[in-house]
Design a protein around this ligand. Structure first.
Ligand SMILES: Cc1cc2nc3c(=O)[nH]c(=O)nc-3n(C[C@H](O)[C@H](O)[C@H](O)COP(=O)(O)O)c2cc1C
Length: 281
């Protein structure tokens, strides 16, 4: 999975080739299992598959992605409750799904903004208390990345991942964390850095405790980022970071658990907010 996290990138242009029956079966099996969409805080989300042929669903609905996406063979549509912990949980699970698909060599692109929510809401039966935090198109990646993909990546500076000293801190926010000082947590922390984030804002900030046993996760909000959409999209980025971190720890056989207890610490600015902590067991 560490390899998978290293090679994943958002795909916006897909191959014209259909997704194989066996891959579709695997996807259907995966999303059918409730436990795959129950996150660390215990909230249950779910995902529905919508297949499309020539951009139109079985119901005849044309799902709008504003020309951002080409040749997709379907969508995975996420559904969750709209509050902080359920969004963290949902994003944690959706990123796990993204990595599962990456492993099957199926391309994905987290989308929270550039799709028409109304058309998706018509397609899916949404239950009380649910909304669509994000979707991903699916399909095999097109080898020859369309010019548009390159431009889209340039606009959001997708290849511009922030350096360690802008994201990770040692003991408190005054000292940046170096890879050497991160010790055995270097790889899990690096996986946070490689994760996708809305508009590639990379809002996660991590503080490693002095005894090297606890990692505190903070968010640096981009003011008014998604206020028009009626939910805090950047919370999804934190759930993604938790997922990347956790999966790397599991692969490296480092046992740990999530908890919430905000440490006493001076925050660098008013946009920074405590989210969650992880400690070794
Ligand atoms: C929560 C979330 C929402 C996103 N929404 C969109 C979107 O609406 N449209 C889009 O083209 N990309 C969207 N992205 C993809 C990001 O632009 C992309 O992850 C980022 O530029 C980093 O590139 P990478 O995924 O290739 O590492 C979203 C990503 C996340 C995590």
């Amino acid at each position: 999975m560490i390899d998978t996290m290293q090679k994943r990138q958002s795909i916006r242009t897909y191959d014209t080739k259909n997704i194989s029956e066996s891959d579709f079966t695997k996807i259907k099996e995966y999303i059918k299992k409730d436990e795959n969409f129950k996150g660390p805080f215990g909230y249950q989300g779910r995902v529905e598959l919508v297949q499309v042929t020539n951009y139109v669903t079985d119901k005849g609905i044309k799902l709008g992605t504003y020309g951002f996406i080409k040749n997709q063979k379907g969508y995975l549509v996420g559904l969750a409750e709209n509050h902080k912990d359920s969004l963290l949980d949902f994003a944690y699970c959706f990123q796990k799904l993204v990595l599962y698909l990456t492993d099957l060599e199926i391309g994905t692109c987290w989308m929270g903004g550039t799709f028409n929510r109304n058309s998706f809401e018509q397609e899916i039966s949404i239950q009380k208390g649910e909304f669509i935090p994000c979707i991903t198109p699916i399909g095999y990646p097109n080898e020859k990345q369309r010019v548009f993909d390159k431009v889209a990546r340039m606009v959001v500076k997708a290849d511009n991942k922030k350096a360690w000293d802008k994201l990770f801190y040692d003991t408190d926010f005054t000292a940046p964390l170096t890879k050497e000082k991160a010790g055995e947590l270097e790889i899990p922390i690096e996986m946070v850095r490689l994760g996708p984030s809305a508009s590639n804002k990379q809002p996660w900030r991590l503080v490693l405790s002095e005894d090297r046993k606890v990692v505190h996760f903070y968010i640096e909000h981009t003011p008014n980022y998604s206020s028009k959409l009626g939910y805090d999209m950047q919370l999804l980025d934190i759930g993604i970071a938790m997922c990347q971190f956790d999966i790397a720890c599991q692969e490296l056989r480092m046992d740990g658990e999530w908890f919430k207890e905000e440490p006493v610490m001076l925050l660098p600015n008013e946009n920074v907010e405590y989210m969650v902590s992880w400690k070794t067991r």
